[in-house]
Design a protein around this ligand. Structure first.
Ligand SMILES: *Cc1c(COP(=O)(O)O)cnc(C)c1O
Length: 428
């Protein structure tokens, strides 16, 4: 595999862009290699600047559930662009996407569009604090909610201590308001509430954790969060930026039948353009300006181009048996992958939910952040390199999820299985 042109471009990018990238994981640091510069994506495939073809399991980190350059999405974007990309005034397309979201997710009665998942979670927390008149939030180790200051916090020495910033530049005063609990561990949440029963504005959680590799909620975990937050008068925020419209036409909350107070969305609802959204019960959402007193705004929010891409995508997802077809491809790949992994000595495990999966280099069952950390990242890095050689593009970090799109087909599945098997043999 030749990658001269990517190497050249990365050197040039580093002169002008910090680390050569506009989002850190793209730099391939976690797998110790040179990032590939992508020039085109079609369906399930991406093509780098040296002309190599890969089956793509990153899919822009989730938005591209339809694969790359879906004709109906491209057409919607082109048509919208021809009529002007942004007005800074209301347009009808905003209502269309908002209505689709509200109709799909019963707990979302009203929704505000923003430009990224980060903006959505940041705004939802501000709203929760205003609504409850409280300052603390609870988040979970290994969950990611974008890069706003109060989310860049991990557990300190003990679970029950207040947070310590993960990044310089986050004031300690902010970190004090972020409490960190353990995923799938209701006791850790209960203890935080017992320590500060009247101070916690909200618990924010990825109902399916997709930012430490894939970690599934165990039975009762999300129900327990709903119960504890209710009991203490605190809000429950489901961060469905990945899980929204990934498993069904709605959120994961539709599947487990739990109504959070606020929901954050992003990725899929933008159809590949920058869109985020937060929504919830009317009485909470009506606190947002100009109806209410909680400020939040955006020059490009709800612009017609992004709304067109989002609406075109959701229309396709709503049709016929979209999710059943996607899931049957995913099941075919994942079930056979499990068999391939079993042939390799119990040093591997896999987590899977419908069209998301992660392979971990540990024999242990992965169910929270500490078990995720047992995975051998060095091995993953070598595995990743082998897969690229074979034309399969997995996320460049052990701690990310593989995304399957509706463009992936039986041929992709066959090639992926062969390539994974060969890559694992070469690791031994
Ligand atoms: C990607 C992601 C975000 C942040 O979204 P951006 O658009 O990257 O700002 C927030 N929460 C979750 C669960 C995510 O996966």
């Amino acid at each position: 595999m030749r990658t001269e042109r990517s190497i050249e471009l990365f050197a040039r990018a580093r002169e002008y862009i910090p680390g050569g990238v506009n989002s850190p994981v793209r730099a391939f640091k976690a797998v110790g290699s040179n990032p590939l510069f992508i020039k085109e994506g079609q369906g399930s495939k991406i093509y780098d600047v040296d002309g190599n073809e890969y089956i793509d399991y990153v899919c822009s980190w989730g938005p591209l559930i339809l694969g790359h350059s879906h004709p109906q999405v491209v057409q919607a974007i082109c048509e919208a662009a021809g009529k002007g990309s942004s007005f800074g005034a209301p347009c009808e397309q905003e209502i269309e996407l908002a209505q689709m979201i509200c109709e799909a997710i019963p707990a979302v009665e009203k929704v505000r569009m923003v430009n990224s998942g980060t903006e959505a979670t940041m705004s939802a927390v501000r709203l929760a604090r205003a609504f409850t008149g409280r300052n603390h939030i609870v988040k979970f180790e290994g969950c990611y909610h974008g890069h706003a200051d109060h989310f860049l916090i991990q557990a300190g020495s003990g679970l029950l201590t207040a947070g310590v910033p993960t990044s310089p530049g986050v004031p300690e005063a902010f970190a004090r308001h972020t409490l960190v609990a353990r995923y799938n561990d209701l006791d850790s949440v209960q203890k935080l509430f017992e320590q500060a029963p009247a101070d916690i504005a909200a618990v924010i959680v990825e109902p399916v954790a997709g930012n430490m590799g894939l970690v599934l909620p165990e039975p009762g975990f999300l129900e327990g969060l709903r119960q504890i937050t209710k009991e203490y008068g605190s809000l429950l925020i489901f961060d469905e930026v990945i899980s929204g419209f990934r498993f069904c036409f709605g959120g994961y909350q539709n599947i487990v039948n739990i109504e959070p107070d606020l929901t954050t969305l992003g990725k899929i609802i933008g159809g590949g353009l920058p869109v985020g959204a937060y929504g919830g019960k009317k009485e909470i959402m009506d606190r947002i300006a100009p109806e209410g007193d909680v400020y939040q705004a955006g020059t490009l929010s709800g612009n017609p181009l992004a709304m067109a891409a989002g609406t075109a995508s959701l229309r396709i997802l709503r049709e016929g048996k979209f999710y059943e077809v996607l899931e049957s491809t995913a099941a075919s790949l994942c079930e056979q992958l499990e068999q391939v992994l079993e042939g390799h000595d119990g040093i591997l495990s896999m987590n899977r939910m419908k069209s998301l999966f992660s392979i971990f280099f540990t024999g242990e069952k992965v169910r929270d952040y500490p078990t995720v950390l047992q995975s051998d990242s060095g091995k993953y890095a070598r595995f990743h390199q082998q897969l690229l050689q074979g034309g399969v593009y997995f996320p460049p970090s052990q701690f990310e999820v593989c995304f399957i799109s509706s463009a992936h087909d039986g041929q992709d599945v066959e090639k992926t299985l062969k390539t994974v098997d060969k890559a694992l043999q070469q690791l031994q």
